[in-house]
Design a protein around this ligand. Sequence first.
Ligand SMILES: [Zn+2]
Length: 519
Amino acid sequence: MLPTTLLAAFLPLLGYVLAQEEGQISGPTSSASAAGYSCDATKCKLPNCNCASTDPPGGLSPSDVPMFVVFTADDAIQTYTLDAVNQFLAHRKNPNGCQPKITYYTSLNYTNYTLVTDWYVAGNEIADHTMTHVGTPPEDEVTGNLIALNQLAGIPLSSIIGFRAPYLNYSVDTLKMLAKLGFTYDSSSSASVPVTDDGTDAFWPYTLDYGMANDCLVVDGLCKGQPVLPGFWEIPMYAMFDERGADGPHLMDPWLDTANGQSTVNDSATLEYMKSTFTAHYKGKRQPFGLYTHPIHVSTTVPGATVSNSTINMINEFLDWAQEQQDVWIVNSEQLLEWVRNPVPVSQLDSFAPLKCSTPAVDSSTKICNGIPQNEEGLLDHCAFSDFPFYTCYGCPEEPPTPSNPSPPQTTESGHVARFRLPANCSTPFWDPIKGTCICNSSSCAFTDQSRPIGPNGANLTGDQVSSGSQDGEPSQSANPYVPFNAAAPGALPAGAWSAMAVGVVGAVLGAMGAFSRL
Ligand SMILES: [Zn+2]
């Protein structure tokens, strides 16, 4: 969407920012003695309290626990970063037939706001990564991000529940600030010891009722019972480990790392340790496995792209391989946390609302600037700032948002007609920022559930069945069994779809509730 010349102008800066942020760790960041952690599990109960533990939540045995692959992206949202994520996920389905959704920890320099809207309305989680990408951030960097995302991307404040610190640099005060500001979770800490080692710090997400238990060796004042933040969650970032074990950790963008102490990047070696770490989690206590990405590094559409097809193919090969295994779900941080707070066994995941997918029921012919590309075509406002221009549905500000002024007044320059920002009583896909009206005020225009039952214990519906085609060359029905309900007559539905429709109706109601709970 942006002129290439402008991109070329700011990309060197962007590269400078990213070069500092590899999310690297070089060894254990915690230990049992440094953690000094104790938690009273008889008092600390779900859904709002959970002790740091390697055991799955709710007392479930690992065989009843889904194997979550948490997929996150960090930094600015641009066409080329979304392209990068889509090349790994757009063709995939989870066991319930839904396309995987990710968390985008969004910083605002270089972000194209309309793409944030689109990504959110498509079902992804938008989370806070500060406005200008600063570690151990002052409060206005965090709140300014919330305000600008709300005002210029139409993201309801209530849906921005998570935070990740730039460079993963945070302090005790950062966590206290996040809890005070009403965030639900932070995901900046590392789980840095293999799950197979004694003293592993690969804890399931936990609340800080009894303090932190990760990063105890690297963040001052953390752990030994601090900080006490009841009901505030930490979602550790789970490292992978090469042949060197605890001495060979890889956290973010592992495909940029060299493996096993070698001097050059080797995709085969990366794939090998990604698989072995996944398997250690899968055959153990099924702590989540994380793919923590800076999408720009694997974008083929960013000007000056250097990523190799070999690396992209390797990542897809890993995901293909992981999805061939039973009970594997690709999720975002919010979905993971929903499950941890309400840990149902895999046999009941077909009715678990947070893993469902839904499409806002907005007629494709309606002209409305709402985060759905077909509806908003031609309606975007172009904010032609010299440093980082962007598009938005919600009216251009007079100047770019900054931490000290995250929501400048709308411009009244020619060509810009004032628009209505998202109110608190209408959800994003139904708000018309040009007319200032909400086109949904009843359950009759609720979400359309598109999920499918997964059958008992996954019922072998896992796997990348669409992109890989059918295993044995069968025609389309088996290659893609996930026809949306509203696209097929009942007679054309595959066996089992009637129960699916029952689930769908319930899902639609839940979806509607979800839509309104965002108000
Ligand atoms: Zn970042």
